[in-house]
Design a protein around this ligand. Structure first.
Ligand SMILES: *[C@@H]1O[C@H](CO)[C@@H](O)[C@H](O)[C@H]1NC(C)=O
Ligand SMILES: *[C@@H]1O[C@H](CO)[C@@H](O)[C@H](O)[C@H]1NC(C)=O
Ligand SMILES: *[C@@H]1O[C@H](CO)[C@@H](O)[C@H](O)[C@H]1NC(C)=O
Ligand SMILES: *[C@@H]1O[C@H](CO)[C@@H](O)[C@H](O)[C@H]1NC(C)=O
Length: 429
C-alpha cells in the first residue's frame, strides 16, 4: 500500500486488514504483495487512444469474498465522493478499459523536465488517477498511477546487498525511437528527446539503443526494425540522462548500445567518435567494469561506493575491451515471435537456459515482432501487438517468473505493471 497508514481513518485500516487477511488467497508462486485477491492497478492502453485501464485480481471469486465494484477516481478514493467510472467486478475478467483518457500534462513530484531542473521530490508520486476495489462499501485495495523516480534509492536497504545481475530491472525496447507513450504527454511527443526522461522518472532503468551515424546529422538513435528509419539525434538524449543521474544519484541506469545499424559498415573510426561523445557527456558517471563482470556482478552497495551509477554496455566486443569504462555486450533474448503463446514459451525457455558469459546482465526482450509488411501497411500494429501482450506480461512476471528475471524490456511500458512488479519482486529476493 503506497499511502502511509497513519493517514487512514482507523476503522478503515482495521477493515482493510481484516478483509485482506480473510480473503488473501496468495498464488503459490506469485508476489504476495501484488497477488492477493482484490488487488488493483492502473495501466494506460498501448493503443493511440491512451485510455486508462483498470486491472484487478479475482482469485477468490468462488469463495464469495471477491470485490463487487472496481472504480476509477481522480483523487484518493477515501476522500472522493464520486468515481469517474465504475464497473461490476464480476462482469469482466479482471480488466476493463475505461473511456477516460490518461491526460496529465506534467510529471508529479516536480519531475517535469526543463533545462535547469533542480528541485525534484524523491519518492513515488501519484497522478490524479486512482483505482479501488470495493466490497459492500468497503475498500479492499486501492492504488494510483504513479511515477517511481527514485525507487532504487527508496529501497536501498533492501537492494544494497543484492547483485545487479540478480535483481529485477524494468526496461524498454528500442528506447529512444517511437516514443513509448505517444499521445499522452503532448508536448513530449513533439520532442522525442523527452521520452527517455519520462521513462526514467516512471522507473525504467534499462535502455536498449540502436545507434546510427549520418553525414550531417551525426549520431542518432534509430528504430531499425525494418529499413524505414526513424531517427533522432543522440546527444540531447545523453544530456537528459546526465541530468537525471545528477538529480537521482543512486538510481542505477543501464545503457545498452546494442547495435549500430547504420551505416551497415559501421567502422572502427566511427565507433571511436561515438565513444568520445559518450565519454564527454556521460563518462563521469560510467562505472568501469574492471573486476565486476563476474558471476552476478557487483552488489548495489558496491556500485554506490564507487559513486558511479551508469553502466554502459557496448555492442561491439573489441571496442568494449579497448575502453576500460565500457562493459561487454549484453545478452538479449529476442524471440522474434508473432504470437503470444510462442513468446511465452520462448521467454520461459530463455529464463531456464540463459547463460551469462562476459556480462552479468541479461535482458528478456518481451515484445512481439511485426513483419515488415505489417509495418508498411498498418502503422498502428506495433502498438496493437504491445496491447495484446502487455497484460499477459504483467501476469507472467508477477505470478510465475519474478524470481528468475534480470532485465525485462517491453514496448509501451505503461500498458503493463512491470515497474511495480520489479520493485516488489526485489523485496522478496
Ligand atoms: C533556467 O535557465 C534559463 C537560461 O538557460 C533561465 O532563463 C531561467 O531563468 C532558468 N530557470 C531557473 C528556474 O533557474
Ligand atoms: C520502495 O520504493 C517504492 C517506490 O519509490 C516506495 O513506494 C516504497 O515505499 C519503497 N519501499 C521501501 C521498503 O522503502
Ligand atoms: C563518493 O562521494 C562521497 C560523498 O560525496 C565521498 O565522501 C566519497 O569519498 C566518494 N567516493 C569515491 C570512491 O569517490
Ligand atoms: C577494429 O578495431 C579492433 C580493435 O582494435 C580490431 O581488432 C579490428 O581488427 C579493427 N577492425 C578493422 C576493420 O580495422
Amino acid at each position: 500500500m503506497e499511502l502511509p497508514m497513519r493517514f487512514w481513518p482507523s476503522f478503515l485500516v482495521l477493515q482493510l486488514v481484516l478483509v485482506a487477511d480473510k480473503i488473501g488467497s496468495i498464488q503459490a508462486q506469485g508476489i504476495p504483495s501484488l497477488s492477493k485477491c482484490g488487488k488493483v492497478h492502473l495501466t494506460v492502453s498501448s493503443l493511440k487512444d491512451s485510455f486508462l485501464e483498470m486491472n484487478w485480481l479475482m482469485t477468490c471469486d468462488s469463495s464469495g469474498e471477491a470485490p463487487d465494484i472496481i472504480a476509477l477516481y481522480n483523487q484518493d478514493p477515501r476522500s472522493a465522493t464520486k468515481p469517474l467510472h465504475s464497473v461490476n467486478a464480476h462482469r469482466y475478467e479482471g480488466y476493463f478499459k475505461t473511456p477516460i483518457k490518461f491526460r496529465f500534462p506534467w510529471l508529479p513530484g516536480e519531475w517535469d523536465y526543463y533545462d535547469n531542473i533542480t528541485d525534484v521530490i524523491p519518492g513515488a508520486h501519484c497522478f490524479p488517477y486512482w483505482i479501488a476495489s470495493v466490497r459492500r462499501n468497503r475498500i479492499i485495495d486501492l492504488n494510483c498511477l504513479k511515477v517511481h523516480p527514485t525507487w532504487m534509492d527508496d529501497n536501498r536497504s533492501i537492494l544494497g546487498p543484492q547483485r545487479i545481475g540478480s535483481i529485477f530491472i524494468p526496461g524498454t525496447h528500442n528506447s529512444g525511437a517511437y516514443g513509448p507513450i505517444p499521445g499522452i504527454f503532448k508536448k513530449y511527443v513533439l520532442n522525442q528527446n523527452m521520452d527517455i526522461w519520462t521513462q526514467l522518472v516512471f522507473g525504467i532503468r534499462y535502455f536498449d539503443l540502436r545507434i546510427g551515424y549520418y553525414q550531417g546529422d551525426g549520431f542518432t538513435i534509430n528504430h531499425d526494425l525494418v529499413k524505414i528509419m526513424k531517427i533522432s539525434k543522440l546527444e540531447p538524449h545523453l544530456r537528459v540522462i546526465r541530468r537525471f543521474l545528477e538529480l537521482a544519484p543512486k538510481e542505477i541506469v543501464i545503457l545498452d548500445l546494442h547495435r549500430f545499424p547504420y551505416p551497415t559498415d559501421f567502422q572502427n573510426s566511427t565507433h571511436r567518435k561515438l565513444i568520445e561523445i559518450l565519454k564527454r557527456e556521460l563518462g563521469h558517471f560510467a562505472l568501469p567494469p574492471s573486476g565486476l563482470q563476474v558471476g552476478k556482478g557487483p552488489t548495489l552497495n558496491e556500485i554506490w561506493q564507487h559513486n558511479k551509477s551508469l553502466i554502459i554496455c557496448y555492442g561491439n566486443r573489441q571496442m568494449a575491451k579497448e575502453y576500460p569504462w565500457l562493459w561487454s555486450p549484453l545478452q538479449q533474448h529476442w524471440g522474434n515471435k508473432k504470437y503470444v503463446s510462442d513468446l511465452k514459451d520462448y521467454l520461459s525457455a530463455s529464463i531456464e537456459n540463459h547463460n551469462t558469459m562476459s556480462n552479468p546482465l541479461w535482458a528478456l526482450m518481451a515484445e512481439l515482432t511485426i513483419t515488415p509488411v505489417e509495418v508498411i501497411f498498418n502503422a498502428g500494429s506495433n502498438a496493437k501487438l504491445a496491447d495484446k501482450v502487455n497484460r499477459q506480461l504483467t501476469k507472467w512476471f508477477r505470478d510465475e517468473w519474478h524470481r528468475e528475471t534480470n532485465i525485462v524490456a517491453t514496448d509501451y511500458f505503461l500498458g503493463n505493471d512491470l515497474i511495480n512488479i520489479a520493485i516488489e519482486a526485489n523485496k522478496i529476493r
